[in-house]
Write a protein that binds this ligand. Structure first.
Ligand code: KG4
Ligand code: ZN
Length: 346
């Protein structure tokens, strides 16, 4: 059987990423995954300045495409399709990827596949990892927990392109909470998740009591803005909070992880599911990965947890290409429009 090769372009936020993936039988392999980030510039401003992010992406995209093809040892004529993040994201950033993909689709005469970035994150779980011969992709039906900088959602994925929305955050996303708390504590400007998690490693969460919002609400929704406010209040009341930074960071991380784990297990039990997968930047968090695994095996013995490699949790073109591979819906390059408001809620 002929293999299938797809180019994936992702530019929904501050990264410009282009990947080439190949499907051979049941195996999905990464041939290249190039990521150019303007994070250093964005960090100086304490967050993403949308117009500036888009300008940097416009400057980077041709070089990133060229490098991705070169590193995959691929020529445009080898490609079976071009896929691109259609949304959600920052409109200026999305336009860079979408308009480039439309142009390439026309000049190279290749099918164009638009992708929902939120669903795409889950496809990190389908990419075979080099040197891991026992690799198995997730099996449907699966509970999917998406935890990124802008989204926290639980879905029941029944098949490729077929899912039920189970719940999501009513305010801040989990990653947003990590980032905002890191900023309040003065440990990182943007994004702060990794720094906060590093600091938490040396701390004792039991030393600081923080809320675990909606832990016992009985539904599958989340809310993280109250936790951020509690951290702000704590720093305002205690001028010496800096002496306790590791414990505070550990308590913030534990609050977020405990809520994510509890709701994911609830979703598994309510739907009698034996497969869970996590995705998005916060899925790189080691506490979430470990505690979810431990609690799932306590709650139900026959449940498999699929965890993507850390390098594929944050934004990248590979997940765009793999999502397109399994959801191959071609559109006209003359009519495709970037859509910043796509959600998982249906
Ligand atoms: O999925 P992603 O790359 O971008 C969006 O599509 O939003 O996620 C970025 C988010 C940021 O909020 C970042 O702080 C968080 O993921 N993040 C982490 C970790 N690594 C990235 N949060 C906690 N622990 C980590 N190790
Ligand atoms: Zn993302």
């Amino acid at each position: 059987m002929k293999s299938k090769i797809i180019l994936g372009i992702e530019s929904s936020c501050d990264e410009t990423s282009v990947a080439v993936i190949e499907k051979n039988g049941d195996r999905v392999r990464l041939l290249s995954n190039i990521i150019s980030s303007s994070i250093e510039i964005q960090t100086k401003y304490g967050g993403i300045v949308p117009e500036q992010a888009a300008r940097e992406q416009l400057k980077a995209i041709i070089a990133v495409i060229t490098e991705s093809l070169r590193s995959a040892q691929c020529k445009p004529q080898d490609l079976d399709a071009i896929s691109v993040t259609q949304g959600p994201g920052l409109i200026g950033s999305l336009l860079v990827g979408v308009e480039t993909a439309k142009t390439l689709s026309l000049i190279w005469d290749k099918p164009l596949i638009p992708v929902n970035h939120l669903i795409a994150h889950f496809y990190a779980n389908w990419i075979e990892i080099e040197g891991q011969p026992s690799f198995q992709p997730p099996i449907f039906p699966a509970i999917g927990l998406l935890v990124s900088g802008g989204h926290t959602d639980l879905i029941l994925m029944k098949n490729h392109g077929v899912y039920e929305y189970l719940g999501g955050t009513r305010d801040d996303a989990a990653g947003e909470c990590f980032d905002k708390c890191a900023r309040i504590l003065g440990i990182a400007s943007y994004p702060g998740g990794v720094k906060l998690a590093e600091l938490a490693r040396g701390g004792d969460p039991s030393q600081i009591t923080l809320p675990k919002p909606m832990l016992n609400s009985g539904d599958l929704d989340f809310s993280f803005s109250g936790l951020k406010t509690a951290v702000l209040n704590l720093t305002q009341k205690d001028p010496n909070f800096n002496d306790n930074l590791s414990n505070i960071a550990a308590s913030i991380e534990k609050s977020i992880v405990d809520v994510l784990v509890k709701k994911t297990i609830l979703a598994v039990q309510r739907n009698k599911i034996e497969q869970v997968m996590i995705a998005g930047g916060v899925a790189a968090n080691s506490q979430l990965r470990e505690i979810l695994q431990i609690e799932l095996s306590k709650a139900q013995s026959r449940v498999e947890l699929s965890i993507p490699p850390v390098s594929l949790c944050t934004d990248n073109g590979a997940v765009t290409a793999v999502c397109a591979l399994f959801n191959f819906k071609e559109v006209s390059p003359l009519t495709l429009q970037a859509d910043p408001n796509i959600t998982l809620r249906i």
